[in-house]
Design a protein around this ligand. Structure first.
Ligand SMILES: CC(C)(COP(=O)(O)OP(=O)(O)OC[C@H]1O[C@@H](n2cnc3c(N)ncnc32)[C@H](O)[C@@H]1OP(=O)(O)O)[C@@H](O)C(=O)NCCC(=O)NCCS
Length: 332
């Protein structure tokens, strides 16, 4: 018989938000919109935008530095770096490689995960499996985005929704059985990629004067369709994982959903039949920060005292792809 898998726990968390606060009124200076419209449809009041010379890797590095400090580990122990992002500094090398250098970490395994807004949850699940394999000791999982760089500030249906930032976690093993990452689930359906995508800049539509003229290098979204899919897969991923781990939704101390839209989160609350107080929400301050969103929320929840020892916590996300993922953990 195989020995039981070791407990994989989150040893520390960190986040970073750029300084510049952009309110809904500020957005109304750029496109025909209003604070009232944005708040009613999404719950967002403001977002942060990175400075022009501030890159995704730098935000990732700042969040990671805080997570390492919080974990109280020697950075030299890190032997796996995963960065979830859809706005890397450049197509290659990976942002994970740039973070390795900026933090002067060991020359370990480092790569990016492209699962859009589900990226941080995918990252936690992947890192857990890699640590459980026994081949790695400590993992740094980061979600980081500079979405302001791919937003079309002439398209009011998308540009008001997103923001920049980074969230990070350090994962390692624990001798205490039954704590840490209890289960993970992920999925993807690539049959309708155009519902949410950045069509230009890759091998299908390489960057050209034409692709720029046609604004193909900006994020495009069918909001209504993604809304429907989001409501469906957030609920399904959550209930599938609870079933797989034999946990009742009433036993969850905290649910940290991807912070895209308050109405999507409300439908998840109803589907799980949990009290509104058990859901962590900070999208009013940051908008949708894609792969960074769950990592930032996890860090803020911890620092706000919303997470205690032995709390069962569900993280759940969806994003372009379509992708979805959920992780269940018991805080050690
Ligand atoms: C984008 C979203 C907020 C739009 O809300 P909605 O209730 O579906 O709104 P609609 O698209 O029906 O638009 C309603 C009207 O508001 C207008 N509108 C769109 N954006 C607007 C804006 N920023 N300000 C003012 N009006 C706006 C539309 O043009 C439309 O006008 P019309 O009826 O005259 O055509 C919503 O669909 C959504 O949140 N979708 C999910 C997006 C998401 O989560 N993406 C990230 C996935 S990780």
């Amino acid at each position: 018989m195989n020995p039981p898998a070791p407990s994989i726990v989150i040893l520390g968390t960190g986040s970073y938000l750029p300084e510049r606060v952009v309110t809904n009124d500020d957005m109304a200076q750029l496109v025909e919109t209003s604070d009232e419209w944005i708040q009613t449809r999404t719950g967002i009041r403001q977002r942060r935008f990175a400075a022009e010379d501030e890159h995704t890797s730098q935000m990732a590095t700042a969040a990671a530095r805080r997570a390492i400090e919080d974990a109280g580990i020697d950075p030299a122990e890190i032997d796996l770096i995963l960065v979830a992002t859809m706005t890397p500094d450049m197509p290659f090398p990976s942002t994970a490689c740039l973070v390795q250098s900026q933090l002067n970490l060991p020359q370990c395994t480092a790569f990016d995960i492209q699962a859009a807004c589900s990226g941080f949850v995918y990252g936690l699940n992947i890192a857990t499996s890699m640590l459980q394999s026994g081949n790695f000791n400590k993992a740094l999982v980061i979600g980081a985005e500079k979405l302001s760089g791919i937003l079309d500030f002439e398209d009011r249906t998308t540009c008001v929704l997103f923001g920049d930032g980074a969230g990070a976690a350090v994962l390692g093993r624990s001798d205490t059985p039954g704590v840490g990452m209890i289960g993970g689930i992920g999925g993807a359906d690539g049959s309708n990629p155009e519902v949410l995508c950045q069509p230009g800049g890759g091998s299908a539509i390489p960057p050209s004067i034409n692709s720029i003229d046609q604004r193909q290098h900006f994020l495009k979204m069918n909001g209504k369709e993604i809304f429907k899919q989001a409501v469906r897969v957030m609920g399904q991923a959550s209930t599938d994982l609870l079933q797989k781990t034999a946990v009742d939704s009433q036993d969850l101390a905290l649910i940290i959903p991807h912070q895209a839209n308050l109405r999507i989160i409300d439908s998840l609350t109803k589907r799980l039949g949990v009290p509104a107080e058990s859901i962590f929400i900070n999208l009013q301050d940051y908008g949708n920060t894609s792969a960074a969103s769950v990592g930032i929320a996890l860090d803020e929840a911890r620092r706000a005292g919303r997470i205690q020892t032995n709390d069962l916590i569900l993280l759940v996300a969806f994003g372009a792809g379509l992708t979805w993922g959920a992780s269940l953990l018991k805080w050690q």
